[in-house]
Design a protein around this ligand. Structure first.
Ligand code: AMP
Length: 281
């Protein structure tokens, strides 16, 4: 299929109507670019479920706080487009901020408590910004399926909830986290790590796994989590949270009940890393 890059919603819609006119199912993979193999695995997942994959690349200002890394976030459209084309993407949609939020844009989505817990505590407004841009992308591309990584687990849960609450007719697919060989979850932000920090970074996943194993072995979650927080500090992290939550609602869980998820966020130097793991019971 012909590969196209659309820089505005008009071009996106024109190309999509051609694709839909050919009777093809559309799959959407939203990203902020600086593509890595984690993103490629999402594209592959989308290709299994759709005939034509749209990859959006948009560093969304509404999901960054005033002191976050919006300005320094890596932008590399040319390399990303090449990677997307090679991975079998049919259409890259890389809009400008003005195309996404034209002058006068005032409407946004509020995801309530689900967006204030966990990462939302230190990133107020972040998930409202994510939900707003994802809703716009879904309504612009009108895909049959959209694929999101479990790497951003709270985001995945919020998007699922939003599409149910707002009756957006799309199937949301969660894809497993792709990791480096030492266990570190792939992330565009890993590029911020110094060499020393990069060496310490896999401890985040190691502690997550150890804590999950203790809980499934019967240790009280609070005790296992206290121990995990200390292990993270010993490894040089400044942990923000390490919490056991219900798998879909993300509500707190005092005792292990199936299905559960253990989620973590921690700073390493100036980089904020997140990860999560499902618990076997
Ligand atoms: P981002 O560009 O970081 O906003 O991520 C775009 C999409 O890729 C989101 O759905 C992420 O959850 C997903 N993603 C990011 N890193 C990974 C990874 N290591 N494995 C799987 N999916 C990922």
């Amino acid at each position: 299929m012909q590969f196209t890059i659309a820089r505005d919603v008009g071009s996106l819609r024109r190309r999509l109507s051609e694709i839909a006119g050919e009777g093809r199912r559309i799959g959407l993979v939203p990203t902020m670019g600086a593509l890595h193999n984690g993103h490629v695995s999402l594209i592959e997942r989308a290709r299994q479920r759709a005939d034509a994959v749209v990859l959006s690349i948009f560093v969304n200002p509404r999901q960054f706080g005033p002191h976050e890394d919006f300005e320094q976030y890596p932008r590399m459209l040319e390399a990303d487009s090449e990677m997307a084309r090679a991975a079998g993407v049919a259409l890259v949609y890389a809009p400008s901020v003005e195309d996404m939020y034209p002058t006068g844009h005032v409407t946004g989505i509020s995801v309530g408590e689900m967006g204030r817990m966990l990462c939302g505590k230190s990133r107020p407004g972040h998930f409202d910004g994510v939900a707003t841009v994802v809703a716009k992308l879904l309504l612009r591309a009108l895909p049959h399926v959209a694929v999101f990584g479990e790497k951003d687990y709270q985001q995945l849960c919020i998007i699922r909830r939003m599409t149910i609450d707002l009756d957006i007719p799309v199937e949301i697919i969660g894809a497993p986290t792709l990791r480096e060989s030492d266990g570190l979850a792939m992330s565009s932000r890993n590029a911020y790590l110094t060499q020393e920090e990069r060496e310490a970074a896999p401890q985040l996943y190691a502690v997550l796994r150890e804590t999950a194993a203790r809980i499934t072995d019967g240790v009280a979650p609070d005790d296992a989590i206290d121990e995990g927080m200390r292990a993270l500090e010993d490894a040089g992290f400044r942990p923000e949270y390490l919490e056991l939550r219900q798998e879909r609602t993300l509500l707190p869980m005092e005792f292990l009940q199936s299905p559960a998820r253990l989620l973590v966020a921690a700073r390493l130097g100036r980089t904020r890393l997140i990860d999560n793991i499902g618990l076997d019971t």
